[in-house]
Ligand binder design. Structure first.
Ligand SMILES: [Zn+2]
Length: 471
């Protein structure tokens, strides 16, 4: 087992020129406050400096936010495929690269890399996430990379790991772009094997380090999971009280495939038919959902994970405002692109304004809420989305003294419109200061980056990896 960082002890006092609190349910910026942490809890928010503290973060111009939550992210496959899918790379006949390239590539990584090499890629991904300001991440990944849990445990990130379940051991698109399910043999079906693997992973990691490590149920998508698997996964999740995350209506092709397989149902109707569309479901993308689907999804009180940039690269994407205006709880994640959550909420706001033709939609407070209070509500941890006495001490602190942020008239608008990951000053999870002054505190950043890059290079040595991206 990896080393778990020491529990936070004593008192940490953090000075914020600006502190985001909530008043009457809305985010409000208070000036010149001290946030006092005792152990893993926020003890006080006060205008007066505490008489004593074991650790003091006192620098001017800092904006203290509740820790940012990135609830849809793939840091392993993103690191492996980095820059290869840009400018249409790997895209055959304008098809998505998910089934033709990304899933097979990650499978190659699982087949040829050692556990230590996979751990090195996991560490690189998590370092990137922490330096990007995330305190909580929901991360779906192939179930052959349990090292992701070890890396998260060691590095202090709050981690909702979501090992995939598929109805096919090796999901790959056929010539028509369709993923076929495997047929059960004497030893059972791939669905059953994946659910068994998920249960083993849940038993080993769920709840470690005082609940910081969580295991989320993660049937991969509507077109890779058959009805029996979806029903079984949902039933098991309900039994354990864990949430379900999946990919929904990622493409027009997926809508066609589900319609053909299941009596004309849309992907959202398919999930609803099986009982999955509800408050415990977090569904990524939903790009090809119809307006009728969105009405149904709003009624079922589920959460949409809007990740606009990964799709924007392909020339089409979904606007945050399209879902939010229907009354659906909508949060923002980075999926397999860049993992700069501040950059992502900026893009989500911009794309919403372009698509709606209205500058007032997706306002700065709305976008900040989407990655703090709304996201915390989506995982039923409201204490993670708010700075108040008694809440868990997860904080993201942004340095607003940079020249592109000064003079500073409106901190929330500056954060969404102008700031980016390079402005992250400190990241605190469970009271542990994991990033301070922009640097990771628990390890050697250069060594983590070099080891992760070397492991990824081994995948790119495979002829099939290079062939997938040959033009
Ligand atoms: Zn995804």
């Amino acid at each position: 087992m990896p080393q778990v960082p020491q529990k936070a002890t004593g008192t940490t006092a953090v000075y914020g020129s600006y502190v985001l609190v909530r008043e009457e349910g809305l985010p409000v910026v208070k000036r010149d406050q001290w946030v006092v942490i005792e152990g893993d809890r926020i003890a006080a928010v006060s205008a007066s400096r505490p008489a004593s503290a074991d650790h003091v973060l006192d620098r001017p111009g800092r904006f203290i936010l509740p820790g940012l939550l990135n609830l849809h992210n793939h840091c392993f496959s993103e690191a492996v495929a980095r820059t290869h899918a840009e400018d249409g790379g790997g895209r055959k006949n304008s098809q998505s690269v998910v089934y033709s390239v990304l899933l097979p590539l990650t499978k190659s990584g699982i087949d040829i890399l050692t556990p230590e090499e996979r751990m090195a890629i996991g560490r690189l991904g998590i370092l990137q996430l922490l330096k990007g300001g995330a305190t909580t991440v929901m991360e779906p990944f192939r179930n052959g990379i349990p090292e992701m849990f070890d890396a998260a445990l060691e590095m202090g990130l709050r981690f909702y790991g979501a090992p995939y379940l598929f109805s096919s051991a090796n999901p790959k698109a056929d010539a028509k772009g369709v993923v076929q399910y495997d047929v059960a043999d004497a030893s059972g079906s791939d669905s059953e094997r994946d659910l068994a693997t998920w249960n083993t992973i849940h038993g080993k990691w769920h709840g470690l380090d005082g609940g910081r490590i969580q295991v989320t149920m993660s049937p991969h998508a509507t077109d890779t999971c058959d009805p029996d698997l979806l029903r079984a996964a949902h039933a098991r999740a309900r039994e354990l009280g864990v949430q379900v995350t999946t990919h929904l209506a990622q493409s027009v092709r997926e809508v066609e495939v589900i319609g053909q397989r299941y009596d004309g149902r849309t992907p959202a109707e398919y999930l609803d038919w099986l009982g999955l569309l509800g408050p415990d479901l977090l569904a990524a993308h939903c790009i090809a959902c119809s307006d009728t689907d969105l009405d149904l999804m709003a009624k079922r009180d589920m959460t949409v994970l809007n990740c606009p940039r990964v799709f924007a690269r392909t020339g089409k994407t979904a606007a945050f405002s399209r879902f939010a205006e229907k009354g659906i709880r909508t949060v923002v994640g980075t999926d397999g692109y860049n993992m700069d959550l501040l950059g992502e909420i900026n893009a989500a706001a911009m794309i919403s304004k372009i698509v709606s033709g209205d500058a007032t939609v997706a306002s700065s407070p709305t976008m900040i809420d989407a990655v703090t209070a709304q996201a915390a509500a989506a995982i039923k941890r409201p204490d993670l989305g708010e700075i108040r006495p008694g809440a868990t001490a997860d904080l993201t602190i942004v340095d607003m003294t940079h020249p592109h942020l000064q003079p500073l008239f409106d901190p929330m608008k500056a954060l969404v419109a102008l700031a980016n990951r390079a402005n992250i000053d400190s990241v605190i999870v469970d009271g542990r200061v994991l990033v301070e002054n922009g640097g990771y505190t628990l390890g050697d950043e250069a060594a983590i980056t070099a080891a992760g890059s070397a492991a990824i290079a081994r995948i790119w040595d495979l002829p099939e990896a290079r062939a997938a991206f040959a033009s």
